[in-house]
Design a protein around this ligand. Sequence first.
Ligand code: 0O2
Length: 266
Amino acid sequence: MEIQLWREILAPYSQAVDELLIKFNHIIADYKNASMYSPIEAVTGRVKTISSILDKLQKKNIPMDQIVEEMDDIAGIRIMCQFVEDIYKVVEIIRSREDMEVREEKDYISNFKASGYRSYHMIINYKVNTIHGNKTIQAEIQIRTLAMNFWATIEHSLQYKYKKNIPDHVRGKLLNAANATVALDHEMSQVRDEIIDAQNSFNIKANIVADILNDIQNLYKVGNQREIAKIQDEFYQIYEKDDLELLTNFSKQLDIMAEEYKAQSI
Ligand code: 0O2
């Protein structure tokens, strides 16, 4: 197969990865803007390298002309969550999306692999619009906790180093480490509510501060500049007190002031 053909084959997968990354990052942003805890911590994506595709075709005896139908992970998205519970929330989010049609799900968390690998996999059909028309491609979404991801990333590089024949003594250590990540995820889940509360407070404060500074910026354009400088000083003093209620009230006052200026200018 010529290089040019590979480019043509891979282009829609690359577009799908770009689009899916934007969509999942928007989900994170939507939660944060609403001052809500996001079940998605981070998302990454990649298009499988030609060399990995060739390896897999060989391993699974897939003919070249069956790549699109038979290979489901040329486009790959990886979603990282803080807690195991979040993984199942993300699964629900994906199941409910109209732009992602779930073809297959593999729960390697309830049934982890002999290697110790844990992750939730979803294969989806995803439609991309290109200048050559619409094309539906398959994409693999791996959903894992940060601990599962840490383990899988290291184990994956060892598989590469040992060409998939990891020596028994290393394999044993990896299984111990996999068990440790199970315990870590379990312990973290016990304090999930407290951690979420702390993170929500952080988000609420960050959003209020952003609103206040936005109001000050807008008032600066239309108001008395000395008065605005005083407001800004007042904000710094309140901020130092580290009291969410005071900040909230201050933000409300500024909103009222901004509305008054708006009314005057009409
Ligand atoms: P890469 O380089 O990450 O793309 P198989 O043929 O068994 O490998 P199958 O049946 O197509 O895979 O799907 P499966 O088992 O769900 O695995 C798909 C992907 O999950 C793998 O892709 C890995 O990314 C990841 N994975 C599965 N098992 C393990 C494991 O034991 N350790 C780690 N670190 N990752 C795993 P690829 O193509 O194998 O690799």
